[in-house]
Design a protein around this ligand. Structure first.
Ligand code: 5GP
Ligand code: MN
Length: 337
């Protein structure tokens, strides 16, 4: 049974324990930032902490303090399994359904200790013993801040501040998405006071382009199509596009936002062919009331938030595009309002 009681979790943490922190498949800034931020906090109290992610994460996150200690299940399965085996507590961060843990799902399902979930996505499943969930929160990092501050904000070190600042920044599109509240800004201000190096974090995350990654952006913009009747713009990137531009993890991050930046566009999508996984990875973004979480759950086996969601398609890239156009037409009314 789930209990939404931060205080009980703080009590649980009074005794030094072995703790595993898990982020979701294809970890982003919020997953890595919340896991490392919480890890730095827990280590201060004598816990033995390991951060585990299902697969590798982009290099623009690798400079974060202790990022090199993160275990990647994909390549370090047996080490990860023994951490789960020995752990008393597992924190589930920035996801709310077992399948989002990818390769780590099985270890999570088999884990017999206490599970604590901290997450801000829609429609959480009820699979943790303690659940802190709030879909109105900008990011899991903001939730981790509130969790720590509810006990004692004085313990926020520059390491914690840098990690949490990064995740709030990436999940809010640098504090501009509608999910950003005045409280988010106050949290961010406090994190700067606690030592978050805001300008350096922006530079380390956003100013990391290679010539090839900018050329991939160019390719994406050339492939962009507009469906003006449905106020939609979408981008396709084939495996060939990725290969031609020497694709590296993280290179497609944020490209979908260019489609959403067009005048009169309220719904944007990017379809990225991934031949090694035999699927097309999809990111969906919207402005206003159009709910891409529902759209992705219904058509693309995914989910997320109202204005930002992910999903996948097992069809070919071309068939995925045709399917998208077909289902898009059935939403004509909502999109043209
Ligand atoms: P992105 O498009 O950047 O991969 O993901 C956008 C948001 O949707 C992120 O918050 C991400 O965690 C979430 N998300 C991405 N893919 C999925 C999915 O398959 N299922 C669910 N529930 N959420 C997803
Ligand atoms: Mn998040």
């Amino acid at each position: 049974m789930s209990k939404n009681q931060q205080q009980e979790i703080h009590t649980l943490l009074e005794k030094p324990s072995k703790i595993v922190l898990v982020g979701h498949q294809n970890p982003d800034g919020d997953a890595i930032g919340s896991a490392l931020g919480l890890s730095h906090y827990l280590c201060q109290f004598g816990h033995h902490v390991t951060v585990i992610v299902p697969n590798d994460f982009p290099s623009f996150l690798k400079w974060l303090p202790q990022a090199s200690d993160i275990l990647v299940y994909d390549t370090q399965a047996s080490e990860c399994d023994s951490c789960f085996h020995e752990a008393d507590i597992v924190f589930i961060l920035d996801f709310n359904a077992p399948h989002r843990a990818g390769l780590v799902s099985k270890a999570l399902e088999n884990f017999q200790g206490v599970k604590v979930m901290i997450d801000h996505h829609q429609q959480p499943s009820d699979y943790a013993d303690y659940v802190i969930t709030d879909t109105a929160m900008s990011s899991t990092c903001e939730m981790v801040y509130h969790f720590i501050a509810s006990k004692n904000p004085d313990v926020i070190s520059p390491e914690i501040a840098n990690c949490l600042y990064l995740g709030i920044m990436t999940d809010t599109g640098s504090f501009k998405f509608s999910i950003t509240t005045s409280t988010t800004h106050r949290v961010v201000a406090t994190l700067i006071d606690k030592g978050a190096a805001s300008t350096a974090i922006h530079e380390k995350v956003y100013d990391t382009n290679r010539l090839k990654s900018l050329q991939l952006l160019g390719r994406a913009l050339q492939n962009l199509k507009i469906v003006s009747t449905q106020r939609t713009a979408y981008i396709t990137l084939s495996q060939q596009d990725l290969d031609d531009c020497d694709y590296q993890k993280g290179d497609t991050e944020g490209i979908v936002n260019y489609a959403l930046s067009l005048q009169n566009v309220i719904f944007a999508a990017i379809f990225i062919e991934q031949k090694d996984e035999n699927l097309v990875k999809i990111s969906l973004r919207s402005k206003g009331d159009f709910d891409v979480n529902s759209f992705s759950r219904k058509y693309f086996d995914g989910g997320g938030h109202k204005n930002a969601a992910g999903g996948k398609s097992l069809r070919s890239l071309e068939a995925t595009e045709n399917y998208f156009l077909k289902v898009l037409a059935s939403h004509q009314k909502e999109l043209s309002q």
